[in-house]
Design a binder for this molecule. Sequence first.
Ligand code: G3P
Ligand code: CA
Length: 346
Amino acid sequence: MKRNMFLALLVVCLLAGMAAAEEMGKRFLVIGHRGACGYVPEHTLRSYELAIEMGADYVEPDLVSTKDGVLICRHECEIGATTDAAKKFPDRKKKVVIDGVEEEGWFAEDFTLAEIKTLRVKERTDFRDHSKDGLYEIPTFQEMISLVKAKEKEKGRVIGIYPETKHPSYHDAIGLSLEEPLLAVLKQNGYDRADAPVFIQSFEIDNLKELKGKTNIRLIQLFDEYDMKPGCVLAKGGTTTYRNMATPEMLKEIATYAYGIGPWKELILARDKDNKLQPETNLLQDAHAAGLAVHIYTMRNEAKYLAAEYNGDPREEYRKWIALGVDGFFTDFPDTAVQVRLEVSR
Ligand code: G3P
Ligand code: CA
């Protein structure tokens, strides 16, 4: 083996070992949801960079495919809501059905990477900062990883990545399977061990099982609202809902292929019509009993997202979940999560 290759391998192994050790020493993980999208338009390199600056342990890219099979960082195939695609490509508008829902707009699978790179990103919501609209490109998954690696060197700490395969069955149906390019990019960047600082997440079951047979990287089964069905179930005309998947028996089955689950937080703590928290469901405890880690989504600071008990203070929500024993948070505001972690570790 050439000396440079040996050194590169050594660095990867050391970082992986450090990642595992660091995670064991932490009470919970702070996952920068779409970067730090409470502050900067989601899924931009600046959003990921800011999450890292704020101390996030992991940063989360959602992944979809371009027409030419390149993985890019977007929350959905429809890119019109978060870019200027409508202005630049007015004729590219179409209607499609994705996971049983008809959508109209501009779709990543109709754009080559070269075309995607002509677009500029804009803030999705009408209540967050729009001053950075038009500044940033859509990053590829590789560009996101390159940023993370550069920041690891700069900061001297491990920074994990937490990619989500978006609509894998839909991508299969249009001939743009996500799993092969995902594993190829991960491998090219030295991520192929169980203790690599990576989690792969999916709302679907089938592609996680497929990935389990192809990689040692840790997998996370996401859970949407209880009455919804995973995209792979819908594609086959099946009946399994996330409620069916949340039983102690099914959680044990999930533990055969996944390291943990990523539930919508209201599957554990729902709210009533007065925005008051309901008693805790069994999901968190049953998942732990099955040996699964639990990383909840999504923590948001804005008062409109907070239950009445938190009195407008997002830190109260973290404190509540830490007391319940959750293992990680997807958060739009990583700085708040890190602040609370410092406070509780004193
Ligand atoms: O991946 C965890 C969480 O991000 C799932 O929700 O819709 O923001 O991707 P979403
Ligand atoms: Ca996600």
